[in-house]
Ligand binder design. Sequence first.
Ligand SMILES: [Zn+2]
Length: 335
Amino acid sequence: MTRESEIRLSPGHGLHLTDMDMWLDSRRPKPWAFVSHAHSDHVARHQKILCSPITAHLLQKRYRISHERICIQDFHERRMRGKFRVTLLPAGHIAGSTMLHVEDSDTGASLLYTGDYKLRPSRSIESACLMPADTLIMESTFGLPRYVLPPSTDIEHQIGAFVKTSLADGATPVLFGYSLGKAQEIAAILDAQNLPHCQTAGVAAMTDACRQMGMNLPAPEIWRGEMPTGYALIAAPQLARQRDYARIPHARSAMLTGWALNPGARFRYRCDAAIPLSDHADFPDLLRTAEWVKPRRILTVHGSTREFAASLRSLNFNAWSHHGGDQLELFSDFL
Ligand SMILES: [Zn+2]
């Protein structure tokens, strides 16, 4: 592939599509940016934002970003922006999370940016959808071979067993997960097992915001300091540092995160259990993504970028960390 037939990226910090003058998930305010989802590490007050309808709603609810700044595009809808054909695709990470696919109508060159994503199905959101592309920019949060998640059925069983055992022991099960995304997935998992639960006000606000956009989630019961008998509580991890938490009788806590795969995770999180429920792709799914998209070049962003790019190169992909630092390895190939 010649340089002329690539979707060009500007050198330097941040991801910038040169010819569209569009930034991808920039942390700093820009004139025109794609925002893949409403987690705070992907959001800034840009002058103009491209995103999915649910992300637009969440940006307004969470960050009070006004409607006028937001340009909404539906999943799977193709829209021409100059000479570029732009498609937004579900990313399977959290509500509204989106991948960006861009194709140059003159040269046929294409690019897929995954943002945060996962391939395994969720109970609360639409599954990810990939498209082939010449250039793949992919997250690599779990880009080390040791990050292999158990099957979803096992994880859901662990969550149900933790709640039932805690209740049988007379304890109050408290499940910690981010208030947007993880918490709604936990609620859906408990619901599927007929396990009653309530949510802190912060979590319930995000659940309500998702419901307002037509997502199929049960109406949250809000925790107001009293735990009904036989209930589990879903909360953001910050609750553990608040006075209200100390007032819960016999609280027994579990952190729900992909980092639970790390040895000693429950000690690190100061919880009674750590269960590997993740909204990111694990190592095998990251590799599967590259194999499916069949790109001619890959840039890795977030997490173990250099290590994962090296794993991809060992499989004959032309893959590099966007943060650099692995070019020495490129040149050492020629020594
Ligand atoms: Zn995220």
